[in-house]
Ligand binder design. Structure first.
Ligand code: PXP
Length: 245
């Protein structure tokens, strides 16, 4: 099975929001990511709109030619927007206002939480949106996801990314076993969070996985690989202003 790379451009918007201006534009970054070989673009429209804005999602849906994976919490206004916008895929994630980033997978133990997820999956499916649940790679969470009628699960790779040595090997086995179980239950299997240039290879080799969602590390690398060209262009403008050329 081949593996798709979905590039998460949230943190391009984070830099823009630091100045509340119009650059860098995550929509332009998405176009470049697609031209470079991304198989899809992921954004998380958070309730507090700390990075991605409604305008970004609307424009991405018009311009992205691969597919938009919209991450969202399973309730409220954002769910209404997702049903109206109809991205190719919606990934339901837990959302806490104070967190720096999504901290863990969805909590599926509580009846109420399950009911709201089931409702969100049904609403999205009724308008043709494929749904994925962002969960920890645990057998119970995977079984519940299948029972809720999701099309896919995204296995949280954060614990793998944070572990070292043998603990990381154990987390990799956990991801592999989770991916296998999910496939057996008929779910498509995605993974993401905390993946970097240093730790992605063993996860990318897990054959049951079909999609990786990677954001922070790619945006961080882009800032550094683009620095030489960006400074060169600015230096040229400044020198030309003085030389009259
Ligand atoms: N998958 C999900 C569900 C996420 O919430 C995030 C972070 O927004 C990612 C993947 C990407 O994580 P990272 O930015 O660490 O690559």
């Amino acid at each position: 099975m081949s593996m798709r790379l979905f590039v998460n451009v949230d943190h391009v918007a984070t830099v823009r929001q630091a100045r509340r201006t119009d650059e860098p534009d995550p929509v332009r970054a998405a176009v470049l990511a697609e031209l470079a070989g991304a198989d899809g673009i992921t954004v998380h429209l958070r309730e507090d709109r700390r990075h991605i804005q409604d305008r970004d999602v609307r424009l991405l849906l018009e311009t992205v030619r691969t597919g938009v994976n919209l991450e969202l919490a399973a309730a409220g206004e954002i769910l209404d927007l997702a049903c109206a916008w109809r991205p190719a895929q919606a990934t339901l994630v837990p959302e806490k206002r104070q967190e720096i980033t999504t901290e863990g997978g969805l909590s599926l133990e509580v009846g109420e939480a399950r009911a709201s997820l089931r409702n969100a999956i049904e609403r999205l499916a009724s308008v043709g949106v494929r749904t994925s649940l962002f969960i920890d790679p645990d057998p119970d969470a995977i079984r519940v996801s299948a029972d809720l009628g999701a099309d896919a699960v995204e296995l949280h790779t954060g614990e793998y990314a944070n572990a070292e040595g043998q603990a990381r090997e154990a987390q990799l086995r956990r991801l592999g076993a989770g991916a296998e179980l999910a496939r057996e239950l008929g779910l498509a299997v995605h993974a993401g969070h905390g993946l970097t240039y240093e730790n992605v290879t063993p996860v990318a080799a897990l054959t049951e996985l079909e999609e990786l969602n990677i954001g922070h590390s790619v945006v961080s690398r882009a800032v550094l690989t683009g620095m030489r060209e960006a400074v060169g262009e600015m230096a040229t403008l400044i020198r030309r202003a003085r030389s009259g050329a």
